[in-house]
Design a protein around this ligand. Sequence first.
Ligand SMILES: [Zn+2]
Length: 109
Amino acid sequence: MHELGITRNIVSIVSEHAKGKKVKRVSLDIGKLSAILPESIRFCFDICSKDTVLENAELRINEIQGIAKCKICSNEFEIEQLFGRCVCGSNDIECINGEEMKIKEMEMI
Ligand SMILES: [Zn+2]
């Protein structure tokens, strides 16, 4: 479960920024194509945040829709996986949205 390592990173980055203050809320952007499961992050967050300034913080997860752009006709469309086919018939597409995982914002008490 790679979410454990990811969550540890999130907790350590947020703790560093909090500089000892208690964290009330953390918002994450998780792309649907990132292969990171929000439920797993939630589960790991409870474990990793224990005895840190993030303990009992509210975790908000925004799932980011996968968007691809066709390199042939420049059409942009939603995708559920990293490959797909454009309406023009081309499968020469690039993912332009939905692969990211980032800490969007954090709020301290
Ligand atoms: Zn196309």
